[in-house]
Structure formats: C-alpha cells, structure tokens
Design a protein around this ligand. Structure first.
Ligand SMILES: [Fe+2]
Ligand SMILES: [Fe+2]
Length: 214
C-alpha cells in the first residue's frame, strides 16, 4: 500500500485511490463507531491490546507451521517483534491513563473469518487461507485505526492511532505479497475477492460495539 497523502491509501492490486473504504474493503465502518469506542477507553484499549497480542501470536504460529518457507520466516520474524511492540504501546497508554488491562474477550469477528477458511485441503492450501485471513484482519484494523486517527475527540490519541494505521497497512501488504509470491497473483486475487465479500457480510451482521476493535 502507498500513501499519497497522510490518509488516502491506494489499492494494492489496481493502484486505485481508496478514499473512504480503505484497502478495498467492501463495507466502510460507520464513523459513529468512534463515538462508541470513546465511551470507555479502558475497554477499547484492552481489546486493542489483545488484537496486537493475537497478531504476534499468528505470526509465530505461521513460522512454526511453515519453517521451510524461508521468505515467510524471514518476513514474519520482525513482525512478531513489531506487533509485540504494539502490545506494549497499548499497555503504556493504559498505564499513563491509570487504566487496567482487562481480560481477553471472545473475538466474534476473527472467529467468523476463521470459519470461512477452506478446511481439509493441503498444507499449502491452508497457507493461502491463513495469509489472506491475516491480510484481511490487518486491512480492517487499518481502516478502524484511520477512523480513530481522524475523529478521536482526544487529540493526543489521534497521532498515536495514526502510527498503528500506517504499521497495519504495511502488514496487510506484506501478507498479500507473501500470498502472491507463493500462489500467484490471479489465484490470490480470486480468493481475496471472496474473503472481501464474506467480510462485508460479517461486518453487516455484527452490531458495532465500542468495546471492540472489530
Ligand atoms: Fe499491530
Ligand atoms: Fe499488524
């Protein structure tokens, strides 16, 4: 993904500028979600913290499952560090505000995406599903961080969220790059469109909650 200004990402596949729907996502988040998220910062920051932890864990799992994929191992090893750094950034923000990290909650959004993964195929086929799922979660996270960076009432948090938006956009691109490297652009594009359509349905189905990043 490329930023031609601070907020307008460009589609990875076609180079088209994506204004409101970032990264090709089919259903933009209602900006009023930001108002809900701001009601209780401890809640949204707790969910954010675990999103970062899960992102780090997902990269570790991919490395464990596909150690023979040298490019994947090399690309994802530093992302583990980066995502764990994000987790620590959220912890610091909680501490600064004298808020406590809460317990991890059921992640309905991610569970639905996991349910969409094609099962029972080869190990390679599973890799494509995992890479696209990761790319999608990064894309939606990026879109939500963008909204927070633009509309958050607490100005000190806007720049803070902007850093996450940029980082997660890079990860979205990295997962799609890896998928394309291993499975080819055409195959990835086709399956990616199916994921995007499914994800839009999931977003429509889940009621917006201020205590959830997704
Ligand atoms: Fe992150
Ligand atoms: Fe990420």
């Amino acid at each position: 993904m490329v930023f031609n200004d601070s907020t307008s990402p460009v589609c990875y596949f076609c180079g088209m500028e994506l204004q409101n729907t970032t990264l090709g996502l089919k259903l933009p988040t209602d900006p009023r979600w930001v108002d809900l998220a701001e009601i209780d910062l401890a809640e949204i920051l707790t969910d954010h913290a675990y999103c970062e932890q899960k992102a780090a864990t997902a990269c570790i799992s991919l490395i464990q499952a596909y150690p023979e994929r040298a490019e994947l191992v090399e690309a994802l090893a530093p992302i583990v560090t980066e995502e764990w750094g994000h987790f620590r950034m959220v912890l610091s923000e909680l501490k600064k505000r004298d808020l406590a990290l809460g317990r991890q909650r059921k992640d309905e959004y991610v569970n639905k995406l996991l349910g969409f993964q094609q099962k029972g195929g080869s190990r390679d086929a599973a890799l494509l599903e995992k890479l696209l799922t990761c790319a999608l979660i990064e894309a939606r996270s990026c879109e939500r961080f963008r909204l927070l960076s633009l509309h958050c009432a607490d100005e000190s948090l806007r720049g803070w969220y902007h850093k996450f938006m940029v980082a997660e956009a890079g990860h979205y691109r990295l997962f799609l790059d890896l998928a394309e490297q291993y499975f080819g652009k055409e195959k990835v594009w086709e399956r990616w469109q199916e994921y995007l359509r499914f994800e839009a349905g999931v977003m429509q189905e889940l009621s917006p909650r201020g205590d959830r990043m997704h």
